[in-house]
Design a protein around this ligand. Structure first.
Ligand code: URA
Length: 210
């Protein structure tokens, strides 16, 4: 089965990803490079958003000009690491609505457990982009998308920075309709379900919690 996966190979994205991977990159630098990378990834994930022509007036004459169609876009951040991507995508689409899903990984089962859920109304009328830097086992991503579908969302994309083949496989087994956008697909997962070579724990890297 072909997977709906888009690897953003733009040189700027790849260069910034390398900086993010390096263990010597400081917390402050990690945060600012992540924000820049998210902005570039956002450009790709929104590439085919529907447009509609609206009447406007330039200083010279009236015209019909393209504008984003439909209700405001909705970004949904999977806490806590999703917030690192959220800053960048909101810089590009400041009028977007924002939802948050709090999920933690049960250390025994590695399954996602929900502890927080708050999203904008009328999800069924919105393009929804779920953001989380690491698509590792795919459990949190799949759980978040199930929850959003239960809430009415039907047009969903998933944006991450790094993905593991196992995570993509598991995620697309449950959500073949949701396209995944990532800067790279790494070799796999280690025995602690970290992506390798990866960049470590994205939350710890961005918040300096280790
Ligand atoms: N979450 C992370 O932050 N890093 C990984 O490698 C896997 C999951």
């Amino acid at each position: 089965m072909t997977r709906d996966i888009h690897v953003v190979e733009h040189p700027l994205v790849q260069h910034k990803l390398t900086q993010l991977r390096q263990k010597t990159t400081s917390t402050a630098k990690f945060r600012s490079i992540l924000r820049e990378t998210a902005l570039l990834l956002c450009y790709e994930v929104t590439r085919d958003l529907p447009l509609t022509n609206i009447p406007i007036e330039t200083p010279l004459e009236p015209m019909e000009a393209p504008a984003l169609d439909g209700k405001k876009l909705c970004f949904v951040s999977i806490l806590r690491a999703g917030s690192g991507l959220l800053d960048g995508v909101l810089e590009l689409v400041p009028s977007a609505r924002v939802g948050h899903i709090g999920l933690y990984r049960d250390p025994e089962t590695l399954e996602a457990v929900e502890y927080y859920f708050k999203v904008p109304s009328r999800l069924h009328e919105r393009e929804v982009i779920v953001v989380d830097p690491m698509l590792a086992t795919g459990h949190s991503a799949a759980a978040a998308v199930h929850r959003l579908k239960r809430e009415g969302a039907s047009r969903i994309r998933f944006l991450c920075l790094l993905a593991a083949p196992e995570g993509i496989e598991a995620f697309h087994r449950e959500h073949p309709d949701v396209a995944v956008f990532t800067a790279a697909v790494d070799r796999g997962l280690n025995d602690k379900a970290y992506i390798v070579p990866g960049l470590g724990d994205a939350g710890d890297r961005m918040f300096g919690t280790k």
